[in-house]
Design a protein around this ligand. Structure first.
Ligand code: DAH
Length: 344
């Protein structure tokens, strides 16, 4: 029996040494060490041995089995390592090759302006609010003291989609919405940046443009509050050295009304082509909220006063970044937009 075991061991070792792949190795494992394997068969035949022989043969079988197991395991490890090396070789990447540059977008100059304005006004306690771009005639005009047939409606060539609905011509529409929603609660301190639309068709105007509206209502709000607020606004946006000039004007929703000019930031007020030799550039419409507007939108004009202002975002962006043609803002030429690629 001893010879039989030694023969098995010899054969197995030879076969393991000559094995060609993992499958063959697995087959050998079954052949020699499996339940029906050759070594196991030997153990089964041990009943025929004398009690003295049994431990000797038993331990021999164990030694051989351990040996074979170890050999098989070594080959298995070897195969695994070979496979890994092969995989690494096949999937090798050259980390010294230059990478593909990921193109990132940049903030549009008008969005930059909006963010700056929002940050400024939020720091002064204002809320940023929103309103619909498809607006009703009621909110865009009627509730702002512009009844049907009012001549000032002609100033704003509108896109009506039905007798009742139009694309809003001014963010002022949000004034009425905010007042109605607040139901005479005060204070109201809001700004509303957004898109507006008019049927302008000359080269310097776009049918769609951006505006920002401001509205403050409380007890004892005065013209001094309006002036102080706009001064901070304009200086922050266009430079601390800017001077402001309030020119009496007319808007149906404010009384008194002002157009606000800023000293030309190109020539400092001396006169140049940007300010058409006047030294001043018009930047804002503003005024004290008209008592009719307060009343129509649920605020008692005997108790409350307020101010409002509105300005064009495109113009502000053009002034601030020295953009000479409004069309650059809308044609989405990446060469133009890339210039605003600063991380700030
Ligand atoms: N809505 C006006 C426009 O589109 C601008 C404006 C003027 C807004 C005076 C105001 C204001 O809030 O008080 O031209």
């Amino acid at each position: 029996m001893k010879e039989q075991i030694e023969q098995i061991s010899k054969n197995a070792k030879e076969e393991i040494a000559n094995v060609k792949d993992v499958k063959e190795l697995n087959d050998l494992k079954v052949k020699y060490l499996g339940k029906k394997g050759e070594l196991t068969a030997v153990l089964r035949g041990m009943g025929a041995l004398t009690p003295e022989e049994r431990p000797i043969i038993g331990s021999l079988v164990n030694v051989v089995r351990d040996e074979l197991e170890k050999l098989i395991e070594e080959r298995e490890e070897q195969y695994k390592a070979e496979e890994l090396t092969k995989k690494l070789e096949e999937e090798k990447i050259d980390i010294t090759l230059p990478g593909t540059k990921i193109k990132t977008g940049s903030k549009h100059p008008v969005n930059r302006i909006i963010e700056e304005i929002e940050d400024l006004f939020v720091s002064m306690g204002y809320d940023v609010v929103d309103g619909p771009e498809l607006e009703t005639d009621e909110y865009c005009f009627e509730r702002l003291n512009l009844p049907k047939g009012h001549p000032a409606r002609d100033m704003q060539d509108s896109f009506y989609v039905s007798p009742e609905y139009l694309l809003r011509t001014q963010t002022s529409a949000v004034q009425a919405r905010v007042m109605m929603a607040n139901e005479e609660k005060t204070p109201i301190r809001v700004i509303c940046p957004g898109k507006t639309y008019r049927r302008d068709d000359d080269a310097t105007h776009s049918h769609q443009f951006g505006q920002v509206e401001g509205l403050v209502i409380d007890k004892n709000i005065s013209l001094a509050d309006l002036k102080g607020t706009l001064e901070i606004f304009v200086k922050k946006m266009l430079g601390e050295n800017s001077k402001l000039r309030f020119r009496p004007s007319y808007f149906p929703f404010t009384e008194p009304s002002y157009e606000v000019d800023v000293s030309c930031f190109k020539c400092g007020g001396k006169g140049c082509n940007l300010c058409k030799q006047t030294g001043w550039i018009e930047v804002l419409g503003s005024g004290m909220v008209h008592p009719n507007v307060l009343k129509m939108n649920g605020y008692d004009p005997e108790k409350y006063t307020g101010f409002a202002f509105g300005t064009g975002l495109d113009r502000l962006a053009m002034f601030k970044y020295g953009i000479t043609d409004i069309r650059y803002l809308y044609t989405n030429d990446v060469r133009f937009l890339k210039q605003f690629d600063r991380k700030d």
